[in-house]
Design a binder for this molecule. Structure first.
Ligand SMILES: Nc1ncnc2c1ncn2[C@@H]1O[C@H](COP(=O)(O)OP(=O)(O)OP(=O)(O)O)[C@@H](O)[C@H]1O
Length: 270
């Protein structure tokens, strides 16, 4: 991404961003509400053209419908479909064939391959409304892996999951990413669940972006510049807290339907 600017609803959400993500990296995408995490993913998918600058994905100019890019959109609703898990995954085969029954042996093999990758073969016969949020996330991940993408974009897959299930999803994505040697951009509103898996972190804020190792990006000076306000970073027993005026900005910033909304003091909530 070179000097890329993304404008949404008349506002410049990302302003002249330069980024190089390496093949095979697991990158955590963080930043406050509205910082542009989803916008960045839509740009990489070719769904939103940059107003200025250039975006290349896997060595070629970005284009919509690139089969080498898998996407798991942000889902806040847990509305169950009257489908088995296996049919739900199969329904996403080929994109344009969404909703049609799958019939070919190749299709069936592909569905079984992705179910196995996410350890979901035993739950794929159950209807979606009998699955937990974490189990449904595994099926959404399976959908995103259809067609063997080399780049996987996961938009806030931890929303609505409790800490143990969030940890399990991160561990699963890391395992799949390493087994397949693919690149992952994983957005989240809290850094800590991602720490065991991250190669680098991309922090968005104030139209800007910083990409680098956690200990170089998650610092008071870097985040203060991105937030445009004094930010303090605390390290407590292996966890990292991003604080603004004694308030944990990561835990407090996602309130609303389907979001955890916890304004308790950071260290107490650790
Ligand atoms: N369709 C739209 N029309 C107008 N503004 C939009 C639209 N979609 C997004 N925006 C705005 O663009 C900005 C970036 O949104 P985006 O969804 O990329 O942020 P985000 O970092 O993913 O936020 P969140 O953490 O809340 O998911 C926000 O200010 C948002 O209100």
């Amino acid at each position: 991404m070179r000097q890329a600017s993304m404008v949404v609803g008349g506002r410049t959400v990302l302003d002249r961003i330069d980024l190089d993500i390496q093949a095979g990296e697991f990158v955590g995408v963080l930043g406050p509400n509205g910082a542009g995490k989803t916008t960045l993913m839509r740009a990489v998918l070719g769904l939103l053209a940059p107003q200025a600058g250039r975006i290349e994905v896997l060595g070629a100019a970005v284009h919509r419908g690139n089969p080498a890019v898998g996407y798991m959109p942000q889902t806040r609703s847990q509305a169950p479909f009257p489908l088995s898990g296996r049919s739900f995954v199969a329904a996403a085969l080929g994109g344009q064939r969404w909703g049609l029954p799958w019939t070919t042996a190749t299709d069936r093999q592909e569905v079984e391959r992705v179910l196995e990758l996410v350890d979901a073969k035993t739950l794929a016969d159950r209807p979606l409304d009998r699955l937990s949020g974490g189990e449904r996330q595994r099926l959404l991940l399976a959908q995103a892996l259809l067609g063997r993408p080399r780049l996987l974009l996961l938009d806030e897959p931890l929303i609505s999951l409790d800490p143990p299930r969030a940890d399990a999803v991160v561990a699963l994505v890391r395992r799949v990413q390493q087994a397949l040697g693919i690149t992952v951009l994983f957005s989240a509103h809290e850094l800590n669940p991602l720490l065991p898996a991250l190669d680098r972190v991309l922090y968005l804020g104030g139209g800007g972006a910083r990409l680098g190792p956690v200990d170089e990006v998650i610092t008071g000076p870097v985040l203060s510049a991105l937030y445009g306000a004094p930010i303090e970073v605390l390290h407590v027993r292996g966890r990292i807290f991003v604080m603004s005026a004694a308030h944990d900005v990561e835990r407090g910033m996602h309130c609303g339907p389907g979001h955890v909304c916890d304004h308790s003091p950071a260290v107490a909530s650790a």
